[in-house]
Write a protein that binds this ligand. Sequence first.
Ligand code: AMP
Length: 540
Amino acid sequence: MLGLMQDWPLLIHRIIDQAARQHGSQEVVTRSVEGPIERITYREVHMRALKVAQRLVQDGIKPGDRIATMAWNTARHLEAWYGITGAGAVYHTINPRLFPEQIAWIANHAEDRMIMTDLTFVPLCEALADKMPTVERYIVLTDKAHMPATKLKNAISYEEWIGSVDGDFRWLSLDENSAAGLCYTSGTTGNPKGVLYSHRSNVLHSMAASGVDALAIGSRTTILPIVPLFHANSWSIAFSAPMMGAKLVMPGAKLDGASVYELLSDEKVTCTAGVPTVWLMLLQYMQKEGKKLPHLKRLVIGGSAAPRAMIEAFEKTYGIEVLHAWGMTEMSPLGSLGSLKASVDQLQGAALYDLKIKQGYTPFTVEMKITDDSGKELPWDGKTFGSLKVAGPAVAKAYFRVDENILDDQGFFDTGDVATIDANGYMQITDRSKDVIKSGGEWISSIELENLAVGHPDVMEAAVIGIAHPKWDERPLLVVVPKEGREISRENVLEFMQGKIAKWWMPDDVQVVKEIPHTATGKINKVTLREQFKGYRLPG
Ligand code: AMP
């Protein structure tokens, strides 16, 4: 027997409808790419999103078509997402920090029909335009006065583009399982893979993410997402803030310590979220300038492991509660958060921070388990580690246009992380099964660097490992074995790699060795290699 309740599909436009109706005068503040601080309300965001949707339909965009955004966190970017999904199309967030070849690859794979981009990335689009033939139009997220002269196909400023319609539009009615967003994740091998979020998954994920033991977002919250919209849905904030009526502060392109501090302080931000690298810059700035942030209650750290010293500095010196979170693009992305349950609420001193450095427990909508290599579940004892696997309505079941089963026979997705789970349900990442290097919250593929290095005529074998770095979290160290009878130098190898990869992918150092350790099956043994370079310090 079925229940007799209304069929009310979980569609993204309902979020911005709610924000406009119940929190219409609530502000969205942006440090604009053009410079000044701009303020609009949810009522205006709603109206402008309707115009985006109306204009997209007028331009011939059909349900399911992909519209790329390559942009900073701004109100315009936010409106664009609601407009795109309200027209039944799919927002495809492109991370502008990817190597240009990768950007072209994913735009082609997604068959993006339009690209909405900030002034910052117009030159990048110009350089790539020839390689992205599916793109019919470029919309620059600015007004007519700031619109640069460009040869980009059908280029128009966003304000002119939406200025031609009146917003008299009805959101498309769709199945809640329709695709809404697309974000590519770059793994260690092969091409980037597209994670395709649905309306339903985004709505459910955002509801779970805003709960008091998760990000704790409410109508009295002022939240500043440092985490970009192009990094896995800005950890839900682009949806959960309007859903709950929180004041939203968008930092635009300036993410240095001083700029972030200024916004956090001036706008009396109560909650903020980002990767460790940005918090390191903020801490350094606050320490140097002797500043405090009396309004900031919660600071969420995720994307890479939060260092203990960082958690302690924010909590003990500044009285800001740190919430350590873990997740991945495939999980929309939030998988676990480190709020204190009643059972651990009394912890103090070192024991408290032993818990806080863990990645936390799953909110409702995420299930997790750890297994051994045969898939057998392992105990939650805080010691035994295994492959971390997850399931839930906002976890990927397949990649976009990849015909491959990615779930185990119980429907769990293997995260590629290795973790322990303790008796209280708190998970801790102990290692990554893959050896990607995390630099400033972004991934550097060690295999790609190795492949490139062995392309050097004098290099026989190469291995790349991550070395801890005070600012960027990790930086790559390249270890090479020269071909017999040949000599190689650090400069020589780096020069060879120059221009073939993004600048920030360049190894910080090269060490020439006689031999690289191997496992029994002939693979490079990175555990041993890391051991060998334990005391090693990067130059500078
Ligand atoms: P991405 O899909 O780019 O967000 O990367 C997801 C991966 O980042 C995870 O599988 C983890 O390896 C890593 N990660 C994310 N958050 C954390 C964290 N708090 N601690 C350690 N690793 C993390």
